[in-house]
Write a new protein. Sequence first.
Length: 276
Amino acid sequence: MIDKKDVLPVTRQCKILELSRSGIYYTPVPLSAMDIELMRQIDEIHLSHPFYGSRKIRNDLWVKGYNIGRDRIRRLMRRMGIEALYVKPRLSLSCPGHVKYPYLLRDLDVTKANHVWATDITYIPMAKGFCYLVAIMDWASRKVLAWRLSNTLDSAFCVDALEEAIAKFGCPEIFNTDQGSQFTSEAFTDTLRANNIAISMDGKGRWMDNVFIERLWKSVKYEDIYLKAYVSMAEVKQGLAIYFKFYNEKRWHNHFDRKTPDMVYFKTLSQKQAAA
């Protein structure tokens, strides 16, 4: 646990425990049991029908017996950070004061490990609350390189995941994100620039560029989160550590002719190193 009276600075304690720094000072606003249940239902509907807006989600909930208004659906969707896919399918919202970078992936053939990495954030429901998950993915292999949990939508846990991925796997040539404030923040972009990584950002209407990581979220939730009904962030962290190990090392992908992300990553990485 974090001890604010310890001689070791709080930031260092957070680094050692792999916790988001802002989360230490965050006081959560309690949600009703009904709101938590509705958020879980909204999340499932959004995964199955990501193009649904608040009206269609409300209609689906009515069919399931939840007699609630559209305003409440909108409020919960904002809390979760989700919108209809054709509008903007991201938890991360843009910040007008942040620098935006050009899109670098148009017509790019990505077939080798560490050519392009991508990232995104998703909402994770728990039995009595929720948290957020960020993951760094290698585009060519779909390998999950690093991930972090947070109870706030700040940039710190995203930077922590990025730094871990770089420390473990080196640097990609290009890093692609949406224009969310977490990824346009100076803390995040400075880390990329310090490692000479080209920054690419999706423009409006380019939601398909992160379709691989969107598919990852669907797998994570239907194969683990929804089945386990975790009670706390500690349980989520322990469960996801097991799941991502399975996902990388044992979960076959038909797209890769029944190879796992690890198989594809290390094979294409060795080919890339041999060609260098």
